[in-house]
Design a protein around this ligand. Sequence first.
Ligand SMILES: [Fe+2]
Length: 576
Amino acid sequence: MNIIGLYTNVNASACLLKSGQIVAVGEEERFNRIKANWTKSLPIQSIKYVLSEGHMTLDDIDYIAIGWDLNKYPDFMNSYVNKNLQGRSEIDKIIHDVNISHWNPDYFKFRLEISLSKAGVKGKMPEIRFLNHHLTHAASTFYLSPFSEATVITVDGSGEENATCVWKGSGDFLEKIHEINVPNSLGWFYSAITEYIGFKAYSGEGKTMGLAPYGNDVKEIREALEKIIQIEGHNYTIDPSYIYFSDRTHSFKFTDKLVRLLGQPPRKHGEEFTQFHKDVAFVTQDLLEEAVTNIVNYGVKETGFRNVCVAGGVGMNCKMNGKIQNMEEVDDVFVIPPSSDNGTSIGAALALYAEEGYGCRDYELEHVYYGPKYKPSEIEKILRYTKVPHVLCQDAERKAAELIYENNIVAWYQGAMEIGSRALGNRSILANPLNQNMKDKINHDVKHREAFRPFCPSMLEEDAPFYLDGIKSAPYMIVAYDALPGIKELLPSVVHHDNSVRPQTVTEDSNWRYWNLINEFKKLSGHGVVLNTSFNIAGEPIVCTPQEAIRCFYGTGIDYLFIGDYMIAKKWGRGI
Ligand SMILES: [Fe+2]
């Protein structure tokens, strides 16, 4: 059975599942170059990509599975919203009506069919099945996890009426055992504060998390935020009047009432961060962790399963995931790397496959390299076409390691692109983590990120226990660990202010070439660790094609680009 899974909104993506195995995953932002696909384009280019990787047309596809249950619109969701979201302002009613019209299943099918036809996608439209959004999040993380039984939590902004769900995952079955519904959304709460602090909701939450360790637990701020979120055991409520039930003059995501509550105007983009902003971030992160660990505690007790799977937009919060990992009640944690809605195309395909009676437990996720790749001949053709001076490099890993050791910034473009928002060694910018100034240098020369934000390390998996407390395997940079004593001084560029690290552990099996590069760096430096940040500039998606890699290389202060077996330099010499 062949299924295309789709998510069709912000973070749109497509996944081709062939007999239960992932063939390819495309994220629309990588093709249309609009970060997170904010324009909400249908993932037509992603569908074309996954079909071409599978050597298929639509005639070969049994079902298209959608990671949002449009069948609940308009009837159920209209009555749900009218009943549970009373007190909305007139403008919110208008916004709701606009969304409802877009989420009509017949209109959606019409739009998809026309768009595929216009794009020249061959074949007959398969049957479309709409799936519960949180089920697709749960399926994405549980079915790809190493666990045959697990407590699964999905924490999101919203998915139909659901905001947070707890699932019992056992074999091929997922059973929902608890749900908390909108407007009681942890995702909305965190996004509201994210916008208040001056970042963009649905993309800047990681910045709020990064700012939090610089803050303190200030009593007045905690008392204020506890007026918004009330946590009682494994339940919590969110007062929506601070998020969107009253006048909003600053943001879609929070109300003027929130501004009055906190007593200070929201931070505008570009303004300095004050201690107040840091304290608000700290308390917000702390409240999120308290609510979620309570829910995990409840889930583990109810299911009896001490392994935990996490998904949903809030699952991108690696500090929260680290907190779950450290809970006494928990043995191990798995978080699907595309934990946001981009992963629900995978989850929709898997959930439908299970619904059709097939087993989903044949394999676990071993890597994330399901995106586009280019043959050496294609790369060479592009290098010749662009007239970029380049050399063939037989020992690219060793050469790159040398240049990193000499404190150059090196772009590393190899093989198939990663899915999810982390570059994990195929579309990465690499640097020397031992260098005290490297964080500032990369920010100045390439990334232009906020100075407080940490960079992350990739490390040989076998060496990780020398650097991080309690680590075994962490291949996806989605769970935070504490650095062992002395590591912050040793690796200043990749250890955060609060001594936390968001690592990628690399094995020979998962990515031999990247492992080899890090191992070459170890031969020079004594440490199997490199700084790894995504190959892009702020505000743009990670580079996908060789042309985009070349453009990013020449548009920034990156010193060297390794693209397949070829090397491009800005400074030639020293045997190059
Ligand atoms: Fe979601």
